[in-house]
Design a protein around this ligand. Sequence first.
Ligand SMILES: CC(C)(COP(=O)(O)OP(=O)(O)OC[C@H]1O[C@@H](n2cnc3c(N)ncnc32)[C@H](O)[C@@H]1OP(=O)(O)O)[C@@H](O)C(=O)NCCC(=O)NCCS
Length: 253
Amino acid sequence: MAVDLEKLLRPVDSPLPAYPAKCMMLANGEMMVVRQISREEVPDLLPHVEPLIHVERDYYDIVSVRVYAELLGYYRHRVQDEYVLVGQVDGELAAIVNGRSVDSDIGMSYHTLAFKRGLRVGAHCFAAKMEYHLDVLKQKEVLIVAESPIGFRRWMIEYGLEKRFEMPHELGGCPSYSLTRELFDKARSSLVVGTRPVPEELMKKAMAGILPPKDPPKGPPDLLAATRARGDSTGTALRAASHPKKKGETKHA
Ligand SMILES: CC(C)(COP(=O)(O)OP(=O)(O)OC[C@H]1O[C@@H](n2cnc3c(N)ncnc32)[C@H](O)[C@@H]1OP(=O)(O)O)[C@@H](O)C(=O)NCCC(=O)NCCS
């Protein structure tokens, strides 16, 4: 008898309410729309996450590689009850946040990835996913971990998260912290911003397509690696190029 193995491998999602989109003005005056994406939009995100896997700065590498796997897990139906929100500025991808509903009481925050730096787009999108867990899904708490010092400062310190070290987090390897309803209510006036409904024109632009980030984080150029690749293992050519000889200066080997 033929067995449809895919039916066994694929978890059955619970029917969850959608995140109501919102918009906010960033510190530079631009408007950001935060909205939930559908599973079909995941392939539009992957090409922008992939290059960050190679950026060590601020732990973009470890976070991006995990986000990539989580996005694929969602797209290929290998995780139950995941959701993905994006922040878009003029259509352009500014941030991705995701997580999962464990049960009616507990939310599992996965990751926050900012593509546009210095405007708190990551912080605003993190607040949006906390709204999703606590206001829309009406869960009692959200389990959170940090993989970078900036993340620790943004979540554990700014929200004053409670330790839940005895509770394992699905990301593994790091102790869990918790955002309870009480903590979220305290943070609302300062950390949770945005208005609804999103004006029609702004929403139309966001839904029209996820545009590539204009200035995504990049690693420093490894100039010495480039010279090594050209058989110049000591980087002599590079040093000579960055300190050109003055006129009349004697040339040394
Ligand atoms: C953590 C993260 C989501 C926070 O995003 P954010 O709220 O938009 O904040 P930014 O990363 O732009 O800025 C954080 C700090 O870095 C500084 N910074 C770093 N690079 C910067 C840049 N290119 N331009 C401006 N500021 C920069 C800012 O001064 C800011 O300082 P502040 O906390 O005093 O405001 C984001 O840093 C990120 O995606 N990091 C890599 C992945 C990661 O660590 N995710 C969280 C896992 S726990």
